[in-house]
Design a protein around this ligand. Structure first.
Ligand SMILES: C[S@@+](CC[C@H](N)C(=O)[O-])C[C@H]1O[C@@H](n2cnc3c(N)ncnc32)[C@H](O)[C@@H]1O
Length: 278
């Protein structure tokens, strides 16, 4: 691939998804876009690059953008965030939302669904404490294709072996052929919706808990700052923000602070809370 094509495609990805690709990752473009070239019956990468440059076919640009995203995910990813959810976040919400009996959770880059379904299973496990409560899990992703997979809730043996405790596999999944489908009851607890983190999230409403894990790593610093600002705008003033293990707000946003003694969970800075409460 020549430098001009690299720059043209990198710019497209940056604008459409926030993905920041440095030149040393140029090889990724070819390896991930060759299947797109085949799907669209282009003679090769150069022809694909020409069609991207022409920019006439929206469906092609969507395919290119989606092919470049990393959808890696697994149940109970990193375990600790979900222990913290059980031990800290849920008890906080049970106490502080006792009057409204409503909790809203956002899985902001949910990929194939393992993250929101992990939360749904945890909530189901706590069903007795949540009797009479309305708990909403909104799960969004840029990619419609990955959301379609998430909605189906069908996972390979490999996917259910990564992180999912065997008792929860037995309790909440049914084997269909060589795959496992999560029960309709759990699927119903999650509302999937296409959403690009680069756009305005205000229509999604306010959230008590936001999981935005393992997506900011792909963005450049100004984009991280912008997205963190949007998350701050819609987080309840006593809400919780989860980032991935390799992500931080440090140097990116002064609107969040790390929760003392807890890795990966952030709360709004007090100035932000003051603004929110007027
Ligand atoms: C590595 S997965 C993370 C999945 C899950 N949060 C986890 O931690 O396991 C990253 C996801 O971010 C999505 N993504 C990338 N750019 C996005 C954007 N601008 N808006 C929304 N989702 C985006 C990708 O489609 C992909 O499914």
């Amino acid at each position: 691939m020549n430098v001009t094509d690299f720059e043209m495609i990198a710019q497209l990805l940056k604008t459409r998804s926030g993905l920041a690709l440095s030149k040393d990752k140029a090889y990724l473009i070819e390896s991930r876009l060759n299947p797109v070239a085949r799907k669209w019956n282009f003679a090769g990468f150069d022809e694909l690059a020409q069609a991207i440059r022409a920019g006439k076919d929206e469906a092609l640009l969507v395919d290119v953008t989606e092919a470049m995203t990393t959808n890696e995910s697994f149940f109970f990813r990193d375990q600790k965030p979900f222990d913290q959810f059980n031990e800290l976040v849920l008890p906080h919400m049970l106490e502080h939302r006792a009057a409204k009996k409503t909790i809203r959770i956002w899985s902001a880059a949910c990929s194939s669904g393992q993250e929101p379904y992990t939360l749904a299973m945890l909530l189901k496990e706590n069903a007795s404490k949540l009797a009479g409560w309305k708990v909403e899990i909104v799960a969004t992703d840029l990619s419609q294709e990955i959301l379609d997979k998430a909605k189906e809730g069908l996972y390979s043996q490999f996917e259910v072996q990564r992180g999912l405790p065997i008792n929860l596999l037995v309790k909440y999944f049914k084997q269909t052929g060589d795959r496992w489908q999560i029960d309709a009851e759990i699927r119903k607890m999650v509302k999937f919706q296409q959403f690009n983190l680069l756009t305005n999230p205000s229509a999604l409403g306010r959230f008590d808990v936001v999981f935005c894990r393992n997506v900011l790593i792909y963005f450049d610093p100004p984009t991280k700052t912008e997205v963190l600002g949007k998350l701050a705008d819609l987080l309840a003033d006593d809400g919780f923000l989860y980032l991935g293990g390799a992500e931080t707000v440090l140097g990116m946003s002064d609107r969040f602070q790390l929760m003392p003694g807890q890795r990966g969970i952030y709360r709004l800075m007090s100035e932000d809370k003051a603004k929110a409460t007027g």
